[in-house]
Write a protein that binds this ligand. Structure first.
Ligand code: GLN
Length: 187
């Protein structure tokens, strides 16, 4: 299995390491022509969604990425990646790929709690480590979205068809279970 990891900005190297540990091949998607390479699943890493959104347009990657996601390829989006997938952003007029019927709130934890670590239940996996860095949360979801994790009454992980989105950074902790689950739904 080959995972295409969006590598225009942000924490893509850490995702690559996790996928390699789990025995998957990875390619970094950096420009328009990379988008047409062969990959069976996609990862959209954390970073800065405004920068990533702009680069996707400037590099001519946006339309192919959106089409691949809408074709049903498994997608795992973390943090800024989740913002890119969201249909709506509560506190921003901009939207990006809009492939997932969720509304997110950017930088939702304010300044003081901008970054924090917790351990909490993730549906089907038990307690998992969760590192939040200036994270968004999901304010609302449509009926077809499955909620996978809630922290302090806010949704922080959800799945819609082929798309898995989490607010936190599983690639930064020493735990492979969420990546493993994702690679399995790609089979
Ligand atoms: N605050 C970032 C944004 O709004 C997301 C942070 C992250 O990906 N760790 O895009």
């Amino acid at each position: 299995m080959t995972v295409g990891i969006l590598a225009v900005q942000g924490a893509f190297a850490e995702h690559k390491q996790k996928c390699v540990q789990l025995g998957a091949d990875c390619i970094e998607l950096r420009n328009h022509s990379d988008m047409h390479a062969h990959y069976d699943a996609l990862i959209l890493p954390g970073g800065e969604s405004t920068v990533q959104g702009k680069l996707l347009n400037d590099l001519g990657m946006f339309d192919t990425l959106k089409a691949r996601i809408e074709s049903g390829i498994p997608v795992f989006a973390t943090c800024a990646g989740m913002i890119l997938l969201a249909d709506k952003i509560e506190n921003d007029d901009k939207t990006y790929l809009r492939s997932m019927p969720i509304t997110v709130r950017r930088n939702a934890y304010g300044r003081q709690l901008g970054s924090f670590y917790t351990e909490s239940d993730f549906k089907g996996l038990g307690t998992v480590p969760m590192t939040f860095i200036r994270a968004p949360y999901i304010g609302s979801v449509s009926d077809e979205v499955e909620v996978l994790a809630v922290v302090d009454n806010h949704i922080v992980a959800a799945r819609y068809k082929n798309q898995l989105a989490v607010s936190f950074h599983p690639e930064l902790n020493d735990d492979l279970r969420i990546h493993k689950m994702f690679l399995e739904f790609g089979k």
